[in-house]
Ligand binder design. Sequence first.
Ligand SMILES: [Zn+2]
Length: 367
Amino acid sequence: MSAPALHVRGKVLVGPEEVLEEIWVLDGVVSLTPPVSGEVETIDGYAVPGLVDAHCHVGLEAHGAVDDERAEQHALADRDAGALLLRDAGSPADTRWVQEREDLPRLIRAGRHIARTKRYLRNFAWEIEPEDLVEYVRQEARNGDGWVKLVGDWIERESGDLGICWPVDILTDAIAAAHEEGARVTAHCFGEQSLVDFAAAGTDCIEHATGLTDDTIDTFARQQIAIVPTLVNIDNFPMFAEAGRGKFPTYADHMMDLYERRYETVAKAHEAGVPVYVGTDAGGQLPHGLVAREVEALTRTGMSNVEAIGAATWSARDWLGRPGIAEGESADIVVYRDDPREDVRTMADPYRVILRGHAHERSGAQG
Ligand SMILES: [Zn+2]
């Protein structure tokens, strides 16, 4: 049975400058013209394309993969928050089943993280040595939905600081292999040097990217390497630093420096023209459903409200190759009572969440 037609009325924010007064949702898709007959439910407010959480982990929690029931809670918590398109940035759980579910957000998977042996969170990644990198990248490119996720740097016992995980020549071959397979590459990078290497090796995107400097910002802008800062998770850096301080004081100081300049770093990158997108990193330390908090955090880096909204909606969808609000496209839309261009904090409390044309009630899931 198909859902009733919807009339979304008020301001429909389609792009940075494109605003419609009304749209309809008929048989699950957006229509710019009303239905000729039948029942129509009217929803008044400010509509945006379904939000994108470009860095989260469905089915992953602090100690590793969780069961499908928990993963469903993650996805529902994202949906409640208006995050209707998720780029999963690595998960040991097989979450393909989420893609079969009409009631759950759309999911773009990156396969499982690829990390250096004993140099990442336990139970998360394939842990391998550089000679196997190309092979694992090909494998995960085939397992995922067009993205491969590497861990680019991590604490290194010998130096007591963040250290790179991969020699740049092997990394270059691995990224070329991913591209041959039709996948883009992104990497977890906290420090400075990994960014130099990944840019030289031809990466498409970097997660966190806290170690950007004026030099790498220039390179990233030139190569149009996107970043997903996950500022809501960078708020945990002081905790990571303190946990390591006893054994690794250099690492702790380094993490605190990266933390303290995080807004300035993103501000400079944005200013230079580096594409910046919203991601929360839900699933490691953080619960799901924080997408609006990350939008708000980006406004603290000098992004305008409209730019920060775009980083979670039309710009992010375009980057991921998914449609926004357009005639004949799936109606994945979030409606707010107040204008998010005036105050993005309104995005923390969506009035209606419409996914595949169906207006959902809040599930109340704890993500
Ligand atoms: Zn992550």
